[in-house]
Write a protein that binds this ligand. Structure first.
Ligand code: AMP
Ligand code: MG
Length: 404
């Protein structure tokens, strides 16, 4: 058996980063920038008012109350040639350009209008309530380094800079398939020995959540020829392949039989529970070498295996620098019991941040590798080292499933 670290490192070393494309801002959302973005424009592009009020010369309102003559008004989107002279003010709205001569804005709440005059009741310093040119982003500066994830607010900033097209890593297209003669996925009544397919249905959105386009290749029968042709086609068309089932020691583990023959695979036994069997390799198609993740068939093993080995690799392919989930030292509110067996146990837990600022976890209950219902309620995975488990109240390293 090898360690989880060795398996993870082996996989990551063999997965390359996707190619770079130019994308519109809308298309770039969720992607990772492949080149830095330098601001071509100042944001804001001109000095403007931060409030609704009166543009003034700060020196004119040094002692208050004082009266100024209102000579014009200016709103957002207007341009103004008017100037504020000594003893004068211009009525100004939020976002409107600062008129020449004025160096501050008095908010309307600190004024009283009296015909074509305004009584100013509060002094302001020069620059007060004025947004300076380039105060958000000065032109010529790097606003985002490469590696930045284009989140919604980043998209907003790109628009504010007029960076209409940006370089991002292309979304990897990842094919997902299940294998097994027992699997039914069309809703038909189960015949003896059959079960409902669940892994592919879970893995497709896991792949999407990892930032990839997930392609459903369906359920493939335990038939070597059928599987070989599906895998070869997929290797030629897609950036990675995720299979579930057929990677252990059984007589009908066709994934193992086929991939051993046609791909450069490593069949691993990892010192973890669940998800001990796992396979990874590269399947050549023309001049491509497509990564193949051979996840175990037991649904919980499939889930844990995806989280530990496939997800970080898919994140690397999409250009992310943060590959791992977030780990916290949690408190086990109940004991997380286990028996010594030479393996690290990845126990699925429900967790919450409590008033003490700590993350507290309890087992989701059933920990069997076929019991996906309990695992589906997990917020995190507690990493329980070999031994007798974690006594109640003790700390345990925990991988959060909800945070990148
Ligand atoms: P295998 O690795 O193919 O031997 O499968 C191990 C166990 O997982 C068996 O009980 C299979 O029936 C089950 N299994 C395999 N694939 C799936 C799937 N896609 N959905 C639900 N159960 C599965
Ligand atoms: Mg099978």
């Amino acid at each position: 058996m090898i360690s989880e670290l060795e398996a993870g490192t082996y996989v990551l070393e063999r997965c390359g980063v996707s190619d770079v494309i130019e994308a519109s801002i809308a298309d770039a959302v969720g992607h990772v920038l492949a080149a830095p973005v330098v601001a071509a424009e100042d944001v804001p592009p001109f000095a403007n008012s931060a409030v609704d009020g009166y543009a003034v010369r700060a020196a004119d309102v040094a002692s208050t109350p004082t009266r100024l003559r209102v000579v014009a008004e200016v709103a957002a989107g207007w341009s103004t040639e008017c100037e504020v002279g000594a003893g004068e003010a211009i009525r100004i709205m939020t976002g409107a350009p600062m008129p020449a001569g004025a160096d501050a804005v008095v908010m309307v709440e600190d004024t009283e209008r009296d015909g074509d005059e305004v009584v100013v009741n509060a002094s302001v310093r020069a620059g007060s309530s004025v947004r300076a040119v380039g105060e958000d982003v000065p032109a010529g500066t790097q606003v985002f380094p490469s590696g930045t994830v284009v989140r919604p607010a980043v998209a907003g900033v790109l628009a504010s800079l007029n960076a209409r097209r940006v370089s991002v890593f292309r979304t990897p297209r990842v094919a997902v398939l299940s294998t097994g003669d027992e699997l039914v996925n069309d809703g038909s009544p189960l015949r003896p020995g059959q079960i409902r397919e669940s892994n592919k249905t879970m893995l497709l959105p896991l792949v999407a959540e990892a930032g990839c386009d997930a392609i459903d290749l369906g359920v493939v029968r335990d038939d070597e020829d059928a599987l070989e042709s599906v895998l070869r086609d997929a290797a030629a068309q897609y950036d990675a392949i995720v299979t579930s089932g057929g990677v252990s020691m059984g007589e009908y583990d066709v994934v193992k039989a086929v991939l051993s023959r046609i791909a450069d695979m490593r069949w691993m036994q990892i010192a973890i529970k669940p998800a001990k069997p796992f396979a990874f390799g590269l399947l050549a198609a023309g001049d491509r070498r497509t990564p193949v993740f051979g996840l175990p068939g037991n649904p919980v093993s499939s889930f844990v295996s995806f989280e530990l080995f496939a997800r970080p690799a898919l994140r690397k392919m999409s250009g992310h620098s943060q590959l791992e989930r977030t780990y916290v030292e949690a408190i086990a509110d109940e004991g997380l019991r286990r028996r010594p067996d030479g393996k690290t146990h990845y126990m699925r837990v429900a967790g919450r941040f409590a008033d003490d600022g700590r993350y507290h976890v309890v087992s989701v209950g059933a920990q069997g590798s076929h019991q996906l219902a309990a695992t589906s309620m997990a917020d995190a995975i507690a990493i329980v080292p070999d031994g007798d488990g974690i006594p109640p109240g003790d700390p345990v390293t925990t991988m959060l499933l909800s945070i990148a």
